[in-house]
Ligand binder design. Structure first.
Ligand SMILES: NC(=O)c1ccc[n+]([C@@H]2O[C@H](COP(=O)([O-])OP(=O)(O)OC[C@H]3O[C@@H](n4cnc5c(N)ncnc54)[C@H](OP(=O)(O)O)[C@@H]3O)[C@@H](O)[C@H]2O)c1
Length: 296
């Protein structure tokens, strides 16, 4: 089996990678920034910095070169960041969280789509924060330009991050629609790992955070009695669930696209109203195509 993956060097993705690396006859290609990555046997590390569209293109080319005629069975787009302001920019001048979480993965999915095996699978890590009915700061509208080039009216902080996770879900829906059109049997899953405390999403875990975590975990447990989405899971379980979905150990019922880990269990709720909107889905696809200079 051949797996290509982003975000496999830390947190949820690193835990999922352990499951893939334990499989026989499996080759895994991961995209990672920086040098000297410590990865399990059978894993090839190819340079990838998602904050640069040029790096994404180089990564896709290198993957294709190394694959030769081999097709990708599973493509996992898991990397993500949550920049704390709207100021940081990607290499091409887009806002950094939008560029990393959405634009780079959009481009990568499009570049590698022709290399997917018939019946292959794409898993995109989204978040239940895409849905304002589940997480109060979830997006109620989507203004793509306000994410790419923020101004004073753009969402801030967690709201901004949540909007990029809505973009992941909408992209998953577009990819599914394209797969159906080409009749190549490509399946797409948008995965919400749920609140996962012991990852580096909010920055590298300091010694202080590690001490604090066991203290705040019971608080979130208490809140989760009323609001299940606030249950704080572990990277181990969130990564295991990602692997279960990718490997088909857990399958989604009917025509569902969204799998959400709630209190450690995979559930299959409806996606937000905005995420169900085909006109917003198509608009994001078209605007993103322009931003990465690909045809619609
Ligand atoms: N933790 C949560 O509560 C939570 C909840 C819902 C959804 N999620 C989603 O889960 C996914 C994984 O997050 P996590 O919590 O496991 O966070 P994490 O520990 O920070 O892992 C993020 C991964 O993304 C990679 N990455 C970030 N920026 C990159 C870039 N410019 N180029 C290449 N790789 C880059 C990181 O690589 P480095 O090793 O180089 O940093 C790392 O492997 C994200 O999509 C996140 O939005 C997380």
């Amino acid at each position: 089996m051949t797996i290509v993956m982003t975000g496999a060097t830390s947190g949820i993705g690193a835990e999922a990678l352990k499951h893939f690396a334990a499989l026989a006859n499996t080759k895994i290609y991961i995209g990672a920034r920086g040098k000297g990555r410590d990865v399990p046997k059978g894993t090839a590390v190819i340079p990838l910095d998602l904050s640069s569209l040029e790096s994404v293109r180089n990564f896709a080319e290198e993957v294709k070169q190394q694959l030769g005629n081999t097709k990708i069975e599973i493509l996992i787009l898991n990397a993500g960041i949550q920049a704390t302001d709207n100021i940081q920019k990607s290499n091409e001048g887009f806002e950094l969280t939008f560029a990393t979480n959405h634009l780079a993965h959009y481009l990568l999915a499009r570049l590698l789509f022709p290399n997917l095996a018939k019946g292959g699978k794409i898993v995109i890590t989204t978040s239940d924060a895409h849905d304002p009915e589940v997480i109060f700061f979830g997006p109620k509208t989507l203004d793509i330009k306000a994410l790419a080039y923020p101004d004073e009216n753009s969402p801030k902080g967690m709201r901004f991050y949540a909007a990029t996770k809505l973009c992941n879900l909408l992209t998953a829906r577009s990819l599914l629609a394209i797969g159906s059109k080409h009749n190549n049997g490509v399946r797409v899953i948008a995965y919400n790992p749920g609140l996962t405390g012991d990852t580096s999403l909010m920055g590298k875990q300091s010694a202080f955070t590690k001490i604090l975590l066991p203290v705040i975990r019971p608080l979130f447990y208490f809140i989760s009695m009323f609001k299940p989405a606030f249950f704080m899971g572990t990277a181990k379980r969130s990564g295991e669930a990602l692997a279960e979905l990718a490997l088909g150990k857990v399958t989604l019922p009917g025509d569902k696209i969204y799998a959400s880990l709630v209190k450690g269990k995979l559930t299959f709720p409806n996606i937000s109203h905005l995420a169900q909107d085909d006109s917003i889905r198509d608009l994001l696809w078209i605007e993103s195509a322009k931003m990465v200079a690909l045809p619609e």
